[in-house]
Design a protein. Structure first.
Length: 489
């Protein structure tokens, strides 16, 4: 063996057969990752004796594949490695992220319907524009309707006018607890569904005392509160938003008698027909949403995973636009834990965004390699693939359902508000205007302003006149409906 000197006060730690845990721990804390053979050779131990000595060190020593390392040293190595990875990050402009997002979120790269729905799971969809957002990813939405009808995908309201889609049994991740009070009519309808189970609208009409207007108001109130769902996506799209007047509507069904006995029958019939027109269809089954409890820590971890899977590169701005019940500060510890585990990376990936950003490793590589030359894409302003909001090119882009943006090679070249009533476009960019009009072929548009000026007094007026727009009062330009030409055999 090798002759070595030791401190006199440490003599008691060196036994006849092997050193105790104090000596082994001190050696481990001054060396990097090592094999168990290295420890055995250092103190002349057998492999079994060296392993027993490491076990006596407890949690202060951890195993990494075929090596061992002191926990403190491993953490120091990890911090240095993370620092190196963060310094390697080169921030990319938002245009590069937009090109990446269009492919990552399957707008320009086709994907199976279940992959699309998994990525958009839990995202708030505006009821009137849900087909526009889903249609940017899927050509045929009948597959989505079939999955909802089969119960594999559940649609649930999160606030008036907004709903979300998620997998069966995962509602507790996205829906807030049912704590708000509901009206008397909604309570009556809810109790019926709890007792009887899923019911058609004809069942509600037959088995409850609610009038048609009361059924319509109760269904809308319960759905937007996240209490009930329907297996017909088109039925949900027909729901109105609950108002105070509708919630306070009478819960008693009117009885229509002979008009000679009740002269006001005509008025009652008019109310009946109005309520009937506002009702959803008669095909979907309405049912109560029941969510198994989810541990808070597990819920935050899963929400962080879903957000990263949706955006690839997750920033506070992306999370905030969803107006979630779980805040960014609640997800931050889960994201930081994922970085320590090596599951994701942290750094300043995107220019123009504040705060920490997190990304999946594969997303970082695809962001760097995002190809240019992406054709024009029309997106709803609320689409998660649209990275632009606030001040952009001097435009104030608002994430509202009635607004749209046109992206070319990832850059925003056109922005329309209020269903095309107000436009913002780069001066002289007639190609951007043409691209927007091409994607609205057949729609009836009324353009009031372009870049803050009356539409009829801008440089684009001649182009619009050539495309069939006519001058209206106040300088507005209006396009008539142009039906598609029939193809004759």
């Amino acid at each position: 063996g090798v002759r070595r000197w030791i401190a006199a006060e440490d003599r008691a730690h060196y036994g006849a057969r092997r050193p105790d845990a104090f000596v082994v721990r001190r050696w481990v804390e001054t060396h990097g990752p090592f094999r168990i053979e290295d420890l055995a050779s250092r103190y002349g131990l057998t492999g079994r004796a060296a392993a027993r000595s490491l076990e006596e060190c407890g949690d202060e020593v951890v195993a990494i594949d075929d090596r061992w390392c002191a926990r403190a040293i491993l953490q120091r190595i990890h911090r240095v490695s993370l620092g190196v990875l963060r310094r390697e990050i080169e921030p990319r402009p938002l245009e590069a992220y937009a090109r990446f997002a269009l492919e990552w979120q399957h707008v320009t790269a086709a994907a199976p319907v279940l992959d699309v729905l998994e990525q958009i799971e839990g995202f708030p969809l505006p009821i009137g524009e849900c087909r526009e957002i889903l249609g940017a990813r899927l050509r045929d939405l009948r597959e989505v309707e079939e999955l909802v009808r089969a119960g594999s995908i559940v649609a649930a309201g999160i606030r008036p006018g907004w709903f979300t889609l998620f997998g069966r049994g995962r509602g507790a991740l996205f829906l807030a607890p049912a704590e708000t009070e509901i009206s008397r009519g909604a309570s009556q309808l809810l109790q019926y569904l709890i007792a009887q189970g899923p019911a058609l609208l004809a069942d509600l009409r037959r088995d409850t005392s609610l009038p048609l207007a009361g059924i319509n108001a109760a269904l809308a109130e319960l759905f937007w509160a996240g209490r009930i769902s329907c297996d017909g996506l088109r039925e949900i799209e027909r729901l109105g938003r609950p108002t105070r007047a509708s919630r306070e509507a009478s819960t008693l069904r009117p009885v229509l008698l002979d008009p000679l006995e009740r002269p006001r029958r005509a008025e009652a019939v008019a109310r009946f027909r109005q309520a009937f027109r506002k009702l959803p269809g008669w095909e979907g089954r309405w049912s109560v949403l029941r969510h198994p409890p989810v541990d808070d820590a597990a819920r935050r971890e899963e929400l962080a995973r879903i957000a990263l899977h949706r955006y690839g590169v997750l920033a506070r701005e992306w999370r905030r636009q969803e107006e979630p019940a779980t805040s960014w500060s609640e997800l931050l510890p889960e994201l930081e834990r994922g970085e320590w585990r090596g599951q994701l990376r942290r750094g300043h990936f995107l220019e123009g965004l504040a705060g920490m950003q997190f990304a999946l490793p594969e997303a970082v590589e695809r962001l760097r390699a995002a190809a240019s030359g992406v054709a024009c894409v029309l997106l709803n302003a609320c689409d998660p693939a649209n990275p632009y909001a606030g001040d952009y090119r001097g435009w104030q882009i608002h994430r509202r359902p009635a607004n749209q943006v046109v992206l070319e090679n990832g850059a925003g070249i056109f922005y329309a508000e209020s269903r095309g009533a107000r436009w913002w476009v780069r001066p002289g960019d007639q190609a951007a205007v043409a691209a927007y009009l091409e994607r609205h072929s057949g729609d009836a548009l009324t353009v009031v302003e372009i870049n803050g000026q009356p539409a009829g007094q801008t440089e684009f007026a001649a182009l619009l006149h050539a495309r069939g727009f006519t001058r209206q009062a106040g300088g507005a330009l209006r396009e008539g409906f142009r039906p598609q030409q029939a193809i004759t055999p």
